[in-house]
Design a binder for this molecule. Structure first.
Ligand code: ADP
Ligand code: GLC
Length: 488
């Protein structure tokens, strides 16, 4: 048994902007089920405090001149003990964890997440008055990146694991900011936190953690190349002995078409025929003509370059010439939002766009569409394709990162042996996407092949069971690699 402090800047259902929240909301629960003493720590954003239920103040400490309280609760729906780092000046605000209500980054993000990192480090060392000492600190993404660096300052410390969910977000700030944070001067070095004359939070994890991992084996290989390395591929190659990939799991209770309360019609493998009721209801929601037959394609996600939204926009005028319809739910870059809205106005019968965020509509799309589109430029893991597979909605994906690791392309051989689960394409272009959609249409028109594809996806096991076990092995190897363990 290990005592694991799981640190994240978001966790579903308390606060969510993307897949990190899904992972931080479900992996700790899976670790708890494997009898680990796991505690989740995250900032006490206003939204978290409302959603957490009963909160008990359990400690109070001073960090960088700020008074901070630790509020204890359980992650809703689980037994996982959760500590919220309450510092109202930094976290009690409207907007999301990283952006203000106008979509601009909060100007004091460095101060906010540096404070979060200081608190995580103090809690893990039992220096916060909680009478609990971590064996492992599991950090996630740049917002927690300073923790492995800070812990090297302690004579004895827990082992550290740093998980990269997205290397494109690095937490880069100026030298002046570095100085203002009161970090030890020796951290300003290219073998420490400095990255091309900037402070890099993520380097704290990449340089100092005992073990680094990312959320799929393919992305773990890709980030060691200049194409996907975001300037950090050299460092990652240097640390390749410490680097691995573990595919994310999904919360199979929350994402289960057989019990999903968001759906107009629940269904499972044996009652797959009822899925069409969700399709008709979804078409109605999007004000599209109700039509059980025509292929309905869906997309949900952040409208940013990573997700290949520009490729979708480029391909849509051609796509609508085919016998199909398209629905999208997402928000992000303003130019993408307006281009999509414009296309929907031009093709009211074929394209439905909903700009915004809706948990319920996301579930209804997974169940209601026939196929789910993910033309990502890069995708560390991707969760929507895993949800799609479980919902009998074969995905069309670009063969990168976790998409390559979780979807088997339908070709003669894989259709024959029953391993096919979706359609995979490779080139980063609208033509390749159109080609993949054409292939999907032919498969869809052959009802027998299509059903085989749906059932093969639904049979896959993407629960956390196996991946959580892999994390336990990773924790063991981090503990072995830690040069100054506590208690020896
Ligand atoms: P990323 O973390 O890069 O955004 P993932 O595929 O790992 O991508 O996870 C995204 C998660 O966020 C999924 O659970 C997805 O359904 C959800 N999501 C993204 N955008 C929206 C939205 N507009 N409304 C509801 N859920 C969304
Ligand atoms: C990131 C990645 C996504 C991954 C998620 C959870 O946001 O972009 O691919 O699924 O983290 O690990």
């Amino acid at each position: 048994m290990s005592r694991v402090l799981f640190a994240s800047s978001e966790a579903h259902p308390l606060i969510k902007t993307g897949g990190l929240a899904d992972v931080a909301g479900s992996l700790p629960r899976a670790l708890h089920a494997l009898e680990q003493d796991v505690r989740l720590i995250l900032p006490a954003y206003a939204e978290c405090k409302t959603r957490a239920g009963k909160l008990k103040p359990v400690a109070s400490l001073e960090v960088n001149g700020q008074r901070v309280s630790l509020l204890e609760s359980r992650l809703p729906g689980t037994r996982v003990k959760t500590w919220l780092v309450d510092c109202p000046l930094f976290f009690d605000r409207p907007g999301n964890p990283y952006l203000d209500p106008d979509g601009e980054v909060w100007p004091d993000n460095a101060q906010r997440f540096a404070l979060f990192c200081q608190v995580i480090s103090r809690v893990s060392l039992d220096q916060a008055g909680l009478y609990w000492q971590a064996d492992i600190v599991h950090c996630n993404d740049w917002q927690t990146g300073l923790v492995p660096a800070l812990l090297t300052l302690a004579a004895q410390r827990p082992a550290t694991v740093f998980t990269i969910h997205n290397l494109a977000y690095q937490g880069l700030f100026s030298y002046e900011t570095f100085k203002s944070l009161g970090l030890p001067p020796h951290f300003w070095h290219h073998e420490a936190l400095e990255f091309h004359h900037q402070l890099s939070f993520i380097k704290g994890g990449l340089v100092f953690a005992d073990r680094i991992n990312t959320v799929s084996p393919t992305y773990a290989r890709e980030i060691q190349t200049p194409e996907f390395g975001n300037g950090l591929d050299g460092l990652l190659r240097h640390r390749k002995q410490a680097l691995s990939g573990i595919l994310n799991g999904i919360d199979t209770d929350e994402w289960n078409p057989g019990s999903d309360s968001h759906l107009p019609q629940k269904y499972n493998r044996r009652s797959l025929g009822k899925k069409v009721i969700n399709k008709l209801a979804l078409e109605k929601t999007f004000n599209l003509p109700e039509d059980a037959e025509r292929l309905l394609i869906g997309f949900i996600g952040r409208l940013v370059e990573q997700k290949g939204v520009d490729i979708i926009i480029q391909a849509l005028p051609e796509l609508v010439k085919l016998p199909l319809k398209f629905v999208l739910l997402g928000s992000g870059q303003r130019e993408y939002e307006s281009a999509l809205n414009k296309l929907a106005r031009q093709h009211r019968e074929k394209i439905g766009i909903r700009i915004g965020y809706s948990e319920q509509l996301a579930h209804q799309i997974e169940a209601g569409v026939d196929t789910f589109l993910m033309p990502s430029r890069f995708e560390p893991c991707g969760l929507n394709q895993l949800y799609s597979l479980r919902y009998g909605t074969p995905p069309i994906v670009r063969g990168v990162g976790g998409l390559a690791d979780s979807v088997v392309d339908a070709n003669e051989e894989t259709l024959e042996d029953g391993s096919a689960t979706g359609v995979v394409f490779h080139a980063d272009s609208a033509e390749a996407l159109l080609d993949a959609v054409q292939r999907t249409l032919s498969l869809y028109n052959d009802k027998k092949s299509w059903k085989k594809l749906q059932l093969a996806g639904m049979r896959q096991d993407f629960s956390w069971r196996q991946s959580a076990q892999r994390y336990l092995e990773l924790y063991q190897s981090a503990r072995k690699a830690n040069p100054c363990p506590i208690g020896l």
